[in-house]
Design a protein around this ligand. Structure first.
Ligand SMILES: Nc1ncnc2c1ncn2[C@@H]1O[C@H](COP(=O)(O)OP(=O)(O)OP(=O)(O)O)[C@@H](O)[C@H]1O
Ligand SMILES: [Mg+2]
Length: 604
């Protein structure tokens, strides 16, 4: 029944997202996942081992208490060779030692956990940022940040508390059983007979707890998607006064989280209370038997007290282990999610990497392409063209024709389905990807800036550039004037994604960034929203300076800007339908370019 509900919930989530989501194969080696995560403790194994020693010592000292208490009982009754004061002094020493060991244990485990968890977060982020675009098109940002936040936090409590507690309880169990076995073997065996029931229950309940906990974390990730997306486009939410709609959407995901968490709690509660009843049931039987031994004279009162005290310790340990066990199951659920990301392969690295500078002619040959997330729609068909080094070419065509896609393939954002793209006779796949991309500069269709200062945003083009170089770049990009008109100049904060700047200002920042990068190849994806005449002139002028000496591909919407390029390609439905210079294409009877030109002329 539970299997059913969890599959329906995950499939409804997939259809909600509306994207093709890969169905994950069922995981079987769950402990293996946690084990892989354990690998992150290895660098701190020395401190971890020390922590284990302290753990053992603090458990051992805690367990000496009941023993001494029972000795005290026998001493009070006049048996044994110690005085009451001697025993009391001994108790005091144990008390101090116990304090020191507990302190050291907590500190060492915290040290290991905090470091290991930070390493896991770093590893997840490091892997995420290197994955290819197709991965991000299938997921949503909110879901991924939830992985780094909520799932890792789940592991954190497991590493810092549960593992140590688990070991402590096991140690209590082992030491406790050793002591009671030493006191009475028969009674001990009687008690141990109740154990298999607990183990079977653990196996039965553990599965459900793990699965439900995983669904809870998924639901949490889903709710995080709502927060992330609405906060990112808060202006739009308000403009459409859809606050209530988003609140309702969020409430719904929260209800799901609570429902799943409570369902898991039901299993956890049933498991723990079952275990406690079983254990205490066993204890009662043992006590009843022990009382008979004392009555028959085969056991002293001190021994019985010792036995009872230790049995309670053992009972508590078993109850504790049950709770910890279910928490560890939750952690396994979380670690599966994390290893999912860690196991993704980063962007393809070629075998024989060409490290040299990227220069020469750019050649597209029979390129076919469809996006990985929409494999059945062919976006590019048989695209072939040749750009000589230093030439400037333009791509024009209707919206959705495939112009941006053509240049995204040059950036190696997606693998080709068929055909090849070469630069200087080397297939672009053979270049080292970082070196390769560092040679290409882009001014994208929609400029998105980082939330920091103008200075930081320009520096993104080349982080080691000097302040003077940044200033120079801003000057060439026609951006210096407006930057200096701000009271804070280059230190002006641009707001989340750059919303405190106008469209034309953002573009000029992006141009300054590209100037700083100084790439051999330049891609300009013209913004579709038009600027006023003055900003347009400033941007065009800046672009002209930027294009000098560089192989450039311009995606143009305003044909006036590409009159002087070496070659124009008209793209329609993913194919090149016309090509030539401006003059050649304007003379073409019934040509698409000619029509576009006429249309823009009439509009202008
Ligand atoms: N990431 C993506 N995943 C799936 N399909 C996509 C993706 N990006 C674009 N497409 C689809 O590919 C086709 C070509 O899009 P592309 O962005 O190349 O058009 P464009 O010519 O640049 O248009 P515009 O002039 O509006 O910018 C469109 O049908 C679009 O829906
Ligand atoms: Mg486009």
């Amino acid at each position: 029944m539970d299997t059913d509900s969890s599959t329906t919930s995950s499939s409804s989530q997939a259809s909600q997202n509306g994207e093709v989501q890969q169905k994950e194969p069922p995981k079987t080696h769950s402990f293996w996942e946690l084990w892989k995560i354990f690998g992150y403790i290895l660098p701190y194994k020395g401190v971890f081992a020390l922590g284990l020693v302290f753990l053992f010592l603090s458990t051992a000292t805690a367990l000496i208490f009941p023993y001494i208490a029972s000795v005290l009982a026998d001493v009070a009754l006049g048996n044994g060779q110690w005085s009451i004061n001697q025993v009391g002094f001994f108790l005091l020493i144990i008390l101090v030692l116990q304090g020191i060991f507990s302190y050291a244990r907590i500190w060492t485990f915290a040290y290991v956990t905090e470091n290991a968890i930070a390493d896991i977060r770093k590893a997840v982020y490091n892997r995420l940022i290197k994955l290819d675009l197709a991965f991000f098109e299938q997921r949503r940002v909110g879901e991924l940040t939830s992985r780094i936040a909520a799932d890792v936090t789940q592991l954190q409590s497991t590493f810092s508390i549960h593992i140590a507690e688990f070991l402590r309880q096991i140690a209590t169990l082992v030491i406790g059983i050793a002591i009671i076995a030493y006191t009475s073997v028969k009674l001990t065996l009687l008690m141990l007979a109740t154990f298999p029931i607990g183990i079977l229950a653990a196996m039965y309940f553990g599965r459900y707890i793990r699965r439900l906990s995983k669904s809870t974390q998924d639901a949490l990730a889903e709710s995080n998607v709502v927060v992330e997306e609405t906060l990112q486009s808060i202006q739009m939410v308000k403009a459409f006064t859809n606050e209530w709609l988003e609140t309702a959407r969020y409430d719904k995901t929260m209800e799901r989280v609570v429902k799943l968490a409570l369902k898991a709690a039901k299993y956890r509660g049933a498991f723990v209370s079952f275990l406690i009843s079983a254990v205490f049931g066993g204890i009662i039987i043992v006590l009843w038997q022990g009382a008979q031994y004392v009555a028959a004279g085969s056991m002293t009162i001190g021994e019985l007290i010792r036995f009872i005290l230790y049995t309670f310790f053992i009972g508590a340990a078993i109850g504790g282990i049950g709770d910890i066990y279910s928490n560890i199951q939750k952690a396994i659920g979380a670690s599966e999610r994390i290893t999912d990301i860690l196991d993704e392969t980063p962007e393809i690295q070629s075998e024989q990497l060409v490290k040299q500078e990227i220069k020469g002619d750019i050649v597209y040959q029979n390129v076919h392409f469809s996006y990985p997330t929409r494999k059945d729609v062919v976006v590019l068909k048989n695209i072939s063209f040749h750009i000589q080094k230093g030439q400037k070419v333009a791509l024009v065509g209707a919206s959705g024709a495939g112009k941006s896609t053509i240049v995204q393939l040059l950036m190696r954002f997606y693998p080709l389905n068929n055909g090849s793209i070469t630069i200087g006779n080397n297939n672009i796949q053979n270049y080292d990807i970082s070196t390769f991309r560092s040679n290409i500069g882009t001014v994208p269709q929609e400029v998105i800036l980082f939330g920091g200062t103008i200075q930081e945003n320009i520096l993104y083009g080349r982080p080691d550039a000097t302040t003077t170089e940044v200033r120079q770049a801003a000057l060439k990009a026609n951006a210096l004037e407006f930057i200096e008109s701000f009271p804070q100049g280059f230190d002006t904060l641009v707001g989340e994604r750059g919303i405190k700047l106008s469209g034309g200002q953002r573009q000029r920042i992006a141009i300054a960034r590209a100037i700083l990068k100084d790439p051999a190849i330049l891609i300009l994806d013209e913004a579709t929203s038009s600027l006023d005449a003055e900003s347009e002139r400033l941007v065009q002028d800046a672009l002209h300076k930027l294009m000098k000496q560089r192989t450039t591909i311009i995606i143009a919407h305003r044909l006036a800007t590409i009159r002087n390029v070496d070659q124009i390609y008209v793209i329609d439905g993913g194919q090149i339908v016309e090509q030539g210079t401006h003059n050649e294409l304007s003379d073409l009877e019934d040509g698409i370019y000619k029509n576009l030109l006429k249309l823009q002329f009439e509009l202008g």
